[in-house]
Design a protein around this ligand. Sequence first.
Ligand code: ADP
Ligand code: ZN
Ligand code: ZN
Length: 745
Amino acid sequence: MAYAEIIIDISTTALDRIFTYEIPEALAGDIEIGTSVKVPFGRGNSLRTGYVIRIKDEAGYDLSKIKAISEVVCDSSLVEGQLLRLAYWMKENYGSTYIQALMTVLPMKAKIGEKMLTYLHLNISLEDAKKELEICEAKHYKAKARLIKALIESGTMAKTSASKELNVSAATIKSLINSGTIIETAERKLRNPKTGKEGALPNYPLNEEQKAAFDIFDKDYKAGIRETYLLFGVTGAGKTEVYLSMIEEVIKEGKEAIVLIPEIALTYQTVRRFANRFGDLVTVIHSRLSAGEKYDQFERAKKGEVKVVIGPRSALFTPFSNLGLIVIDEEHENSYKSEQAPRYHARETAIYRAKLADASVVLGSATPSVESYERALNGEYKLLTLKNRVSDAKLPVVSVVDLREELKAKNFTMFSRELQKDLRATLDRGEQSMLFINRRGMAGFVSCIDCGHVIKCPHCDVSLKLHGDNLMICHYCGYKMIKPSICPECSSKHIKAFGTGTEKVCEALKKLVPDARILRMDADTTKDKEGHERILEEFASGDADILVGTQMIVKGHDFPKVTLVSALAADLSLFEQDFRSAEKTFDLLTQAAGRAGRGSLKGKMIIQTRHPDAYAIACASKQDYIGFYNQEIAFRRLADYPPKSHMLAVMMQSASHEELLSYSEKLKHFLDEYIKDFTKLPKIIGPAEAYVYKVKDIYRRVIYVKYADYQALIDIKNCVERLVWDGSLKGRVSTFFDFDPMVMF
Ligand code: ADP
Ligand code: ZN
Ligand code: ZN
């Protein structure tokens, strides 16, 4: 006898239970994972729709209580079936519960009571809006002016706040809508990208290189060949234009496309280029949408009202039933890896979904992940290359400054002499500069000069960071306290903030170039939801000369007037305890260099470092991806890191330090037993304390397993899951998994 595990009514009920049903002989051939079926449910045995998520030989409990599946729903939506299979695959390959996997993959209907808010957005360019504002002010249309001003500042606002907080009447709003100045939508859409005449962007004919890349794809596609392609093109090579042509082709074939873009690069600018080509066939999904809003977007996709969905990682689960292409732009980005179970990577998941849907995948990057490039070299992916920037834009000149030499020359500022000179010159030419620090949490920690005591969060194993003059904040849990005036250890008064944050950079910069208009962008200044985009637009419109920020400022933005970019302390990210730190540093520096001189102006990048010879830095300064790749892959091979081996992190956490300790030791013991019979022994590292041992009063330990065969790691994961379920590992500890981690635990 065969049995099926079934989730009932996935779209409406809480997904918290799996039911087992018998598969009648007559239906046996029709039922597989993802099949939609009708089953008798509850006391009245009313028929409910369910989805098969697993098939097994044993019911696992009292046979007399088991009911049988009534029928297979023939018109069951293929998409849901596909997505369920995807969920099952994700659960297997990344480790999670069924529910977690299903929740990740299936669109949830809006919870009853979720109110649909109406939002107002500008429908004209920022410049036109500023003109309109002047006109309204001149004519003393005060209410109109208030609203336009607010929208210029925030981009979008709820209609209710316009009427309540700004005291703008419904009639005024209506008149602005009628004149085309603003629009209202029922969702927090990314500001509606204008596709009308004035906003229209040119549609460039592809240049030779672009065309060659496109042609390979096009020929395959028309011949019914579905592949994974790696579009490796230097920054500014015009990758987006190639995606657009590919999508156009896919739509012509009656199919749909999903475009993944890292959330941080998902700006008005980017979306506009897609909307410009495909108009209303494009929709955007982003994390600011509520579950209900996202569900509605997914419904539109399912009904075929849109053909192209752009969004971050989760847009991958758009229920298109004729999916033809998945594009993953900036495929090397960390944000494509989920931070919650199942900790899936969008790249691998996209490739699996494409396989189910008979679609192709295009990965694009100027700095492909070492994983992807290796696969392209192996022939697993088809490599498409763009070697040159479009038109005449040249790659920027890169200069590496050794900060140790600056110290010798008695320059104790954070700006090298070369950078000081170039900042001045760029300013004098009326061009823009970007300065960044490449590490999170670089705001100063507070320490005692006399005894060395560092003020730490009482709940986490990290130092508190100083914000402003007096407030110290924990970046892990949000704990706040006022900076003490004397050292809590030795009562010394010499207590002081160390390190440099973006705030400090701005202060120093103001002294260096007092006449410059400086903008700062970091986690502090972008707390509100639209803040990030607002700052970028302000900079793009030329309202500032220098943009100072964390690494978030260099990701994927296109500012034609930026001719100077500098990494103030390039090695900050180089020595983190992470096998990917060289790759991350190389990517960041190369991408950053790509920001300079995107327009017709010549660009320059200055890398300030104490380790000019580190290969990540030396190769980035030459924009030499292949050189970097060769050194990096040798290191990965030597140390058995992905992609030369696979890696499973078994992460354990508990409020009890002692229980965690014995649990993790016991788990290690079981694992040693389990792998005894493997022909080649996997490497097991740990258990060890996590990089940050305590977060929010929870202790964390980790075991890493390295092995060449991914499937064997899945088996090890399944073994740990069994141990957890059958109670072999005693202790109040939660265990979870991360395959080929992007960030070390
Ligand atoms: P990438 O994503 O590869 O860094 P983009 O796609 O952003 O590069 O393109 C860089 C710039 O070049 C954009 O402003 C784009 O509009 C322009 N561009 C792209 N293709 C062409 C072309 N064939 N001719 C002229 N300009 C182009
Ligand atoms: Zn002290
Ligand atoms: Zn904390």
